[in-house]
Design a binder for this molecule. Structure first.
Ligand SMILES: Nc1ncnc2c1ncn2[C@H]1C[C@H](O)[C@@H](COP(=O)(O)OP(=O)(O)OP(=O)(O)O)O1
Length: 609
């Protein structure tokens, strides 16, 4: 009997150790994948750099250089190029296929509009939204650049004229904007493109928001998948794919989908030095109140955007802000197009201060002096966040990007993206970005976008670089909260994350209270620990579908069994001052983070430089 107990104990320990080894292997494999991807990226950069070097450095005077410079000044009224614009223009005019990854608002459009003016024939531009094209057409008209579109709302007469112009040697227009749907559906358009190609009149193909090709991108559009036909039919025409956000994997996918053989990728530094990034914990009741205070005190008479989760939230938060005497209006996909453009116009002309918007307020927003972008709810991915926050400070003046990070919001978004292949992973990356307290926010974005980054470059323009943190041992807490989910499961019950919080804090049903160890941690600490355990595989998501909704429950994750091993420990970093780390419930402080001065309390408003 004695031997059997011993053997059982040893077996448990060996099993736990084996599990640990498996985890280490899977972590190493993950690391290997990341390193390989980085290696490929670096090889790619070196390859690109050498071509650019040949093209741009060895032969700086191209036959088109003078004309390009003259049109930059005389037509676009700009005095000089921004980084990478000249290289992109020279490369595409040399006939190279190109992917241009440039932060939102840095001037990607110029990289195909200007060459179009200096080339024979016209440039075909694929853009995802009719409204976006119309904004571009209005702008081009204002600077006397002939540009047209054919889309579902074009009249027969207009379409006929445009189609005739495509094969006119005198090229009545220099840019033709179409949606990917038009390419996929209109045989007439394809036949005209073919004719123009044979006549040498199709100068270039620009695919705007090229990440929409890839299911791994954050805005996948099925019709973008069909655009490979363009390069197959018109192989001699250079293709320029433009995007603000794409990881190397997304670009590789786009390359395959668009049938581009050896594109050169130009990546502008993703960093926007004038933007201050901050995450604040959201206490649901007073979030709108806090936002209103911020707007009133810090951004008086300054324009901004408040991003919300749903159309209903847009209406509710806008009304709440109005009640607090802030000139705010909602914007979401279900509004009439005329109402949407009215809100856009009123905001652009400063008649209203704030647009409370869903992600529908995005592409084509080109207001230069946006001083704040506040997220009432976290974005569903880092790519989305980068793009949404990137609408601030396009004039290079300082601007703030503040996210209110709410526990319940994570699960609302999680159920919304449940059908997306990579939805959960992307959301987890975003949650990890928000939960993080020890890594510069710019560094995290850099890692995400495969960029090399030097932490000093942040210049204290994110909350992490301004705050101190502590590392805590949370093993005991983890055991207690994991035991709650384990107990519910043994009773054949499922608990939502909110119910787990309540049960752990002693607010759940009486039947739980008898058996669980109630914590005296604060709500914020409880939530942070549960998020930490979810991000690190001690919990995992368990979705359940009803005809009307999707529920998110917590179940034990693959690492939960490790907590049975007495030697296993879990640590977690928390911002100093946020946790009651000095109270006995939060175990010992293991080490403090690098002290960065000035250290300000976590609730302090941002102080942009
Ligand atoms: N060289 C330049 N100098 C000064 N301003 C410039 C220059 N090039 C472009 N701009 C201005 C024009 C626009 O008002 C603004 C944004 O340009 P735009 O081409 O719309 O950006 P983008 O396409 O990179 O942004 P998005 O990702 O939002 O579409 O920058």
């Amino acid at each position: 009997m004695f031997f059997a107990d011993d053997a059982q104990a040893e077996l448990d320990s060996v099993e736990a150790e084996l599990e640990m080894v498996e985890l280490q292997i899977s972590e190493l494999l993950e690391k290997q994948t990341k390193l390989n991807s980085r290696k490929n990226k670096l090889l790619h950069i070196l390859e690109g750099v050498s071509v650019i070097f040949m093209l741009v450095a060895l032969s700086p005077d191209f036959s088109w250089s003078k004309e390009v410079q003259a049109k930059l000044c005389n037509v676009f009224q700009l005095s000089k190029f921004r980084p990478l614009q000249r290289a992109a223009i020279n490369l595409s005019m040399s006939g190279k296929d190109l992917f241009l990854v440039m932060p939102t608002g840095r001037g990607k459009s110029l990289c195909y509009q200007l060459p179009a003016l200096c080339s024979k024939g016209f440039t075909l531009v694929i853009a995802p939204l009719v409204s976006l094209m119309e904004d571009q057409l209005m702008y081009l008209k204002s600077i006397n650049v002939p540009a047209v579109t054919v889309n579902a709302s074009s009249t027969k007469e207009d379409s006929k004229q445009v189609l005739a112009g495509m094969t006119d040697k005198n090229s009545p227009f220099k840019l033709l904007y179409v949606t990917p749907e038009k390419i996929a559906k209109s045989k007439l358009l394809m036949s005209k493109l073919e004719k123009a190609y044979n006549m040498g009149l199709l100068a270039c193909i620009a695919v705007d928001e090229v990440h929409c090709c890839s299911q791994w991108g954050h805005d996948f559009r099925p019709d973008y998948k069909l655009l490979g036909i363009l390069k197959r039919q018109f192989p001699k025409v250079p293709l320029v794919g433009l995007t603000a956000t794409a990881t190397s994997n997304v670009l590789k996918d786009c390359q395959k989908i668009l049938c581009v053989q050896e594109p050169i990728t130009l990546t502008a530094p993703f960093n926007r030095p004038n933007l201050y990034y901050e995450i604040r914990f959201k206490h649901n009741e007073d979030c709108t109140h806090q936002i209103a205070e911020l707007i009133r005190e810090r951004y008086k008479n300054q324009s901004g955007i408040v991003y919300v989760f749903s159309q209903k939230d847009a209406e509710v938060v806008a009304t709440d802000l109005q009640k607090r005497n802030i000139l705010a209006q909602p914007y979401h996909a279900s509004m009439e197009p005329s109402d949407k453009s009215l809100v856009h116009q009123r905001w652009s002309s400063k008649k209203i201060q704030v647009v409370v918007a869903t992600v529908a307020f995005g592409m084509g927003i080109d207001k230069a002096d946006v001083r704040f972008v506040i997220h009432h709810t976290i974005s569903k991915s880092i790519e989305n966040y980068y793009q949404e926050s990137g609408r601030a400070g396009r004039d290079d003046g300082s601007a703030d990007c503040i996210v209110f990070f709410g526990f319940a919001d994570i699960f609302r978004i999680s159920t919304m993206v449940v059908m997306e292949n990579t939805g959960q992973q992307k959301l987890k990356n975003m949650v990890a970005y928000c939960q993080n307290v020890d890594r510069c926010r710019r560094a995290m974005m850099a890692i995400h976008f495969d960029e090399v980054w030097n932490d000093d470059e942040c210049n204290q323009m994110c909350d992490v670089c301004r705050h101190d943190y502590i590392t805590m041992d949370i093993t005991k807490h983890a055991r207690d909260v994991v035991a709650i989910v384990e107990m519910a499961s043994s009773m054949d019950e499922k608990l939502t994350p909110l119910k787990v919080c309540d049960a752990w804090m002693g607010k759940g049903p009486a039947k739980y209270r008898k058996t669980i160890k109630v914590t005296s941690l604060s709500r914020v600490e409880v939530e942070s620990i549960i998020i930490h355990l979810l991000l690190h595989g001690y919990f995992s998501e368990d979705f359940s579908f009803t005809p009307y909704t999707t529920h998110f429950y917590l179940k034990l994750g693959r690492k939960a069994a490790l907590l049975k091993n007495g030697n296993h420990s879990i640590t977690m970093k928390m911002r100093r001052g946020m946790s009651h780390a000095t109270t006995p419930q939060v175990s010992r402080m293991v080490r403090s983070g690098t002290s960065r001065s000035p250290v300000t309390p976590s609730t302090s408003p941002p102080i942009p430089k």
